[in-house]
Write a protein that binds this ligand. Structure first.
Ligand SMILES: [Zn+2]
Ligand SMILES: [Zn+2]
Length: 331
């Protein structure tokens, strides 16, 4: 199976063609998140450039699915991570991809290369162990009741994983339930993160403090609403992990209810809060967010899974822990 991966849209795509690979210049990664940056990235497969109606160009890489997966798991995690972690990741990234093709809102390609879909950052972070993990799980997917699972995953759950409906549509899937995760908090599995993720050290428990004026300005920028002075920020509904999915902001000039975890994370940060699992302590001059976890919290906790692998768990064990009642199948 071939995958069309949309990597970069720019006024003009800058690339260098080599014999078997090509390098794309100035690829933006982590769009809108705290690790947002530019990189030059090298890819195998073929490059197609789409000329968009608005005058921009989009670089699309057409590549075999198993080769795509080798890069994905080396982009999501360090390719030096324990083999069983990489094998678990290969299975869920393959399952997610099979479900996603034809069902994303992208036009001209199947999936994008950034965190919106799965990270796909080419060849430069890849190691032999990632190739081994993909080969040893070749064609394996997770299934529930005969269907390939929507295998969501995130960086660090913070102690408990979250339900699907906290983040996306108001449905819950039997294999994306909230499980207590004792693994991501106990040991330092930071070595399993890739190079730039290792810059983030406080992912399990974190704090952010704003002055009234700072928070007013951020909310204005992110929601377009001038709240005036913030009178109260009240969580109305929390998911099973503690992640807030409905929250009320009361200001002297406006009141607004925000829904779903990513909307809430984006509203309260210049980039994006680590998660929507937080409590707020306010003083007359400042607002103090005390939070847990990094990411939406649904499905596999990457740091927790890395720790399980380090302790000797097999990839089958890791997958059945984060996706209960599922079965491994060959496609
Ligand atoms: Zn995408
Ligand atoms: Zn966890």
């Amino acid at each position: 199976m071939q995958v069309r991966v949309g990597i970069l849209t720019a006024p003009h795509i800058d690339f260098i063609q080599y014999e078997k690979t090509f390098v794309l210049k100035h690829v933006r990664i982590g769009i809108g998140f705290h690790w947002d940056r530019l990189e030059d990235q090298e890819f195998a497969g073929t490059l197609e450039i789409i000329h968009n109606p608005d005058g921009t160009e989009t670089a699309v890489n057409i590549i075999d699915m198993e080769d795509y997966l080798c890069s994905v798991i080396s982009s999501e995690m360090s390719a030096d991570s324990p083999l069983e972690l990489l094998k678990a990741h290969a299975v869920i990234s393959r399952s997610w991809l099979i479900r996603a093709v034809g069902h994303t809102d992208h036009v001209g390609y199947d999936v994008c290369a950034d965190d919106h879909c799965q990270r796909y950052e080419g060849l430069r972070r890849m190691k032999d162990r990632a190739v081994q993990a993909v080969q040893e799980t070749q064609g394996q997917v997770l299934t529930y009741a005969g269907e390939v699972c929507d295998c969501r995953y995130h960086k660090c759950c913070g102690g408990r994983t979250e339900r699907f409906s906290t983040c996306w549509e108001d449905i819950d899937l039997p294999y994306l339930q909230s499980v207590e995760c004792p693994y991501c908090g106990e040991a330092d599995s930071r070595q399993s993160l890739n190079d730039y993720d290792q810059e983030t050290t406080d992912y399990h428990d974190w704090q952010v403090t704003y002055t009234q004026q700072e928070l007013h300005d951020i909310l204005l920028e992110k929601t377009g609403i001038d709240f005036g002075d913030i009178v109260a920020i009240t969580p109305l509904r929390r998911g099973a992990s503690g992640r807030i999915y409905e929250l009320k902001i009361v200001g002297t000039r406006a009141t607004k209810i925000l829904s779903k975890e990513l909307t809430i994370r984006r509203a309260f940060s210049r980039t994006c809060l680590y998660s929507s699992w937080f409590d707020i302590h306010s003083t007359p001059s400042s607002l103090h967010f005390i939070g847990h976890g990094w990411g939406h919290g649904v499905g596999l906790c990457q740091i927790g899974a890395a720790e399980m692998a380090k302790r000797g768990c097999t990839y089958q064990h890791i997958l059945s822990f984060y996706y209960p009642n599922t079965q491994l199948k060959q496609v």
